[in-house]
Design a protein around this ligand. Sequence first.
Ligand SMILES: [Zn+2]
Length: 108
Amino acid sequence: MADTKSGRAKQARSQERRRIERDMAEAVERGDEPEPDDDSPVECYRRKCRELAEFSVTERYQEETGKGAVEATALLCRPHAAEESPANLDAAYSGYVFRVEPLSDGSD
Ligand SMILES: [Zn+2]
């Protein structure tokens, strides 16, 4: 048996390799979808708004039927993100989330 230290290093290396392989696989999968993820700018999801989205607004709540959690994400320009507020507090549960995140510009 290898000693713990080198075993761990080896494991870390193989995990790293797996992660890179997975990232590449995901990149390939993304290739045939027009997912505007990295370099193409995304327009605000609000109708009639042609501003570029700057924030991702996510709300996770329990569906009325109680069948499970629903996660709704909208990409919004700054003014529309500022207008956004929790819309499903009636359906809040222990895992309820309302989250506003700046969209990364793909540099991280
Ligand atoms: Zn907008």
